[in-house]
Design a binder for this molecule. Structure first.
Ligand code: FES
Length: 103
């Protein structure tokens, strides 16, 4: 069973955009793609850059530092120079709140 940690209100994640926040002591990026919420680690696997400062286009987040890209649905790298996946987290929405499974 998943253990769910409350992260934010759904309203705090603007449409087709990304926000960064601390959840359970981790730096998390939350994405809103067509009204659906996704969550990954916020720090890029390539260097020390925060994805919440990057550019979200469809399901891809572009890192602000070297323009590597990840698929926010599963954390997989989709564009060089990133080669290592970023961790993604299961998301549950309940009563307008976003919950993440962080284990
Ligand atoms: Fe993200 Fe280099 S730090 S692509």
């Amino acid at each position: 069973d998943f253990q769910w940690t409350e992260a934010a209100a759904v309203d705090e994640v603007p449409a087709d955009d990304v926000v960064g926040m601390q959840v359970g002591g981790r730096e998390i990026a939350l994405y809103n793609v067509d009204g659906r919420i996704y969550a990954t680690d916020n720090v890029c696997t390539h260097g020390h850059a925060r994805l919440c400062e990057g550019f979200l286009e469809g399901h891809e987040i572009e890192c602000p530092l070297h323009q590597g890209k990840f698929d926010v649905r599963n954390g997989k790298p989709t564009c060089a120079p990133v080669t290592e996946a970023i961790r993604s987290y299961p998301v549950r929405i309940d009563a307008g709140r976003v919950f993440l499974s962080l284990e």
